[in-house]
Write a protein that binds this ligand. Structure first.
Ligand code: ATP
Ligand code: MG
Length: 238
């Protein structure tokens, strides 16, 4: 029979190896995710500065043509008015897509400003009031800010899409060495187990991303009773 102290040593070694592998896995996962966010930032800028600027120029040219038309050229005037409206809609869609991909406010002004912008832009949009409560936060590195922003963004998108809520509340606080992000709505709720198993990328992706940073995601809900999403994230994730 093996000596119990040998077994204990072997067990300790295996455990340490597992922990090392887990840390390495998380480090690699975070690297992949960083590349994805960089790519999103680049595409968002290209969309805004390339396609967006071209559409703005096109709109100005169409305006010039419109003002050069004679009043009696009704058919042409109508056609141009339609083209201008289409151009304005496409410009707005392009800007919206660019903001969704990577809101510049997150890079320029940081998480708190970005969350205020996010809450404002959802407030009243689908009939729900959106409230934001921010506690005092320590300085957070860019990656933590991005994880928290993406989590709040998906939670708000879900509330808008699935909840039919009247009220959505976002809270972000630092408790000890953990960040607590909670998004609560008073909408129709769902079965949380089914929601996580539904194959949607939103909640599953959010849970995976939080895990890469040593965090966790909990969902409390029942049909008809709203939904509460709680994300917990350690300040020190390395
Ligand atoms: N706030 C909410 N209120 C009610 N049901 C919700 C809410 N959030 C999520 N759900 C349910 O959980 C499911 C899974 O959500 P998830 O975000 O993973 O996927 P999705 O929103 O359907 O698609 P996507 O991949 O575009 O995010 C939803 O389809 C919905 O049924
Ligand atoms: Mg979703």
């Amino acid at each position: 029979m093996s000596d119990p102290s040998d077994l204990r040593t072997l067990y300790q070694e295996l455990l340490q190896r597992l922990q090392r592998n887990e840390r390495e896995f998380r480090r690699l996962g975070r690297a992949v995710w960083r590349v994805q966010e960089d790519e999103r930032r680049r595409i968002a800028r290209d969309l805004h500065d390339g396609v967006g600027q071209n559409l703005t120029a096109l709109k100005l040219r169409l305006h010039d043509i419109q003002s050069a038309l004679e009043p009696q050229q009704t058919a042409l005037r109508e056609g141009l008015a339609q083209a201008l409206a289409l151009c304005a809609d496409t410009l707005e869609d392009t800007r919206e897509l660019s903001r969704l991909l990577r809101p510049p406010i997150l890079d320029d002004l940081g998480l708190e400003a970005a969350l205020r912008w996010l809450a404002r832009s959802h407030d009243g949009r689908d009939g729900a009031r959106v409230e934001l409560e921010l506690g005092a936060l320590p300085e957070l590195d860019g990656e933590l800010q991005t994880v928290l922003f993406r989590t709040a963004q998906e939670a708000l998108a879900n509330a808008a899409r699935h909840a039919q809520a009247r009220r959505v509340r976002i809270g972000l606080h630092c408790r000890g060495d953990e960040l607590h992000l909670d998004v609560r709505d008073d909408g129709r709720g769902c079965d949380p187990v089914a929601a996580l198993a539904s194959g949607g990328n939103g909640l599953g992706g959010m849970r995976e991303r939080l895990r890469l940073y040593g965090g966790r995601l909990e969902i409390a809900s029942a049909p008809g009773a709203g939904l509460r999403l709680s994300a917990r994230l350690p300040l020190d994730y390395a």
